[in-house]
Design a protein around this ligand. Structure first.
Ligand SMILES: O=C(O)C(=O)Cc1ccc(O)cc1
Ligand SMILES: [Fe+2]
Length: 442
């Protein structure tokens, strides 16, 4: 039986320099630091924007993981934060052994960790941490960590129903009055995680889909109406060779649905699985796999209700975005499409924002009455945020369109390609003191 997930709780990043990543999320991406855990050897910072929470963990300079060599039986253990061995463990996750910075844990809230653990264990899932309780003055949280089938990705399953604190025991709240936040709160509004995209090796998609379907009850959804049920959404044209397959999770918590910004039609969690097609030259998926050292989270989409002002704020703060190909805004019909959607093409192109309309089946079938309907989405992609060209963020504003625009996916592919090809030159320029600040703008 599939485990019941209440909601996506946070995404954990494991990085070599927690201060640098936290500083970037704080000052450039306008996240707010709200909870901290510092021990002799580990540091964990929780930052949020709307309900999107990142926990940044410093990758420890060691080669063992939490339970390496320690055979554990599926029995309940109980600890207080003070009794944890500072040297070896992160709370609510495990040390990631990747040598590179990585986003590697998608933490879900569940109502009963024990029973989820029991059913997933019976289904053959690998657990890295058995159900474990952590207690402080605000109550008790129980969690367990299951290894996913995707590369280094794990899922922490956490039960907070008996906990009254702000975040999780072991973390200290950063006082609201002195909360470390930066200006731009109102002009960069991110509400929640929209989707998580995995980069995976060729032919691994069906297995990944089956794993999430069987264990968590995720359901396939079609990115495009012409998508083949077995093949996924394939773009194999003009030098692009990409296979995308998407799945979503619908069992919303009442809390999330009651949030004013959350569209009731939004699923709680969406995963996109990306793989490259054979006979590709260098491309964004394979380059991720190479630099990351295997499959993993390639990017996370952050939902914003106002992409133009959000991007404006982030660009001003120093976030670099991928530049769409110069022909994107001049391609036949694009100008009209943008204007029909009520946007200013100059403003969008200035910021590198992509717009894709969702033309309804009936509209496109009936050429006489064909007209653009009002459903569209806007997307913009940041450059990789770690040292390696791996993980990046996306801002997405949905105006009724629930999938991903084909035109936008093509544009993203081309802009990453151009970045990869010009990357060395650009990095060289950076080293020699030149600035690339303008290259992210048009
Ligand atoms: O368009 C999006 O936001 C996606 O998430 C789809 C996607 C996934 C992987 C790629 O390398 C390119 C596009
Ligand atoms: Fe995306």
């Amino acid at each position: 039986m599939a485990a019941y997930l209440s909601r996506l709780h946070h995404i954990a990043l494991h990085v070599g320099n927690v201060d640098k990543t936290t500083f970037d999320l704080l000052t450039k991406f306008k996240f707010n630091l709200f909870a901290v855990r510092r021990t002799r050897e580990s540091r964990q910072y929780a930052l949020r924007k709307g309900s999107a929470v990142f926990v940044v963990n410093e990758r420890l300079n060691r080669t063992f993981t939490l339970n390496e060599g320690a055979a554990w039986s599926p029995r309940h253990s109980s600890v207080t934060p003070q009794t944890l061995n500072d040297d070896s463990r992160f709370l609510y996750g495990v040390q990631d052994n990747s040598c590179v910075d990585t986003a590697c844990n998608v933490c879900f809230e569940v109502e009963d960790v024990e029973s989820v653990f029991n059913s997933l264990y019976k289904q053959g899932c690998d657990f890295l941490v058995p159900p474990t309780s952590v207690v402080d003055d605000n109550g008790r949280v129980t969690y367990s960590v299951v290894k996913s089938i995707v590369g280094n990705v794990c899922h922490t399953l956490v039960d907070r129903t008996k906990y009254k604190g702000e975040f999780l025991p072991g973390f200290q709240d950063v006082n609201v009055d002195s909360a470390v936040s930066t200006d731009g709160e109102s002009s960069c509004s991110v509400c929640h995680f929209d989707h998580i995209t995995y980069a995976c090796p060729r032919k691994s998609t069906p297995e990944v889909m089956r794993w999430y379907e069987k264990n968590f009850g995720f359901k396939r959804f079609f990115i495009d109406r012409n998508e083949d049920v077995n093949e996924g959404y394939v773009i194999d044209q003009d030098g692009i060779g990409l296979r995308l397959t998407a799945m979503e999770y619908w069992k919303c918590s009442e809390l999330e649905v009651s949030l004013p910004f959350k569209n009731k039609r939004d699923p709680d969690c969406k995963f996109v699985v990306a793989e490259s097609l054979p006979y590709q030259g260098s491309n964004q998926v394979d380059s991720f796999l190479e630099q990351h050292g295997g499959a993993g989270i390639q990017h996370v989409g952050l939902y914003t209700p106002d992409i133009v002002s959000s991007v404006d704020t982030l660009a001003e703060a120093g976030v670099q975005f991928f530049s769409p190909p110069p022909t994107y805004y001049t391609q036949v019909g694009k100008l009209q499409e943008i204007e029909d959607a009520g946007h200013d093409p100059r403003l969008l192109s200035q910021h590198g924002i992509l717009l894709d309309s969702d033309v309804r089946q009936n509209d496109s079938d009936n050429h006489l009455t064909a007209s653009r309907n009002k459903r569209y989405l806007l997307q913009v992609f940041t450059r990789p945020i770690f040292t390696e060209d791996t993980f990046f963020l996306e801002l997405i504003e949905r105006r009724g369109a629930m999938g991903f625009g084909e035109g936008n996916i093509r544009a993203l592919w081309r802009s990453v390609q151009a970045y990869m090809e010009g990357g060395d030159r650009e990095r060289q320029a950076l080293v020699s003191g030149a600035t690339t600040a303008d290259s992210s703008r048009h």
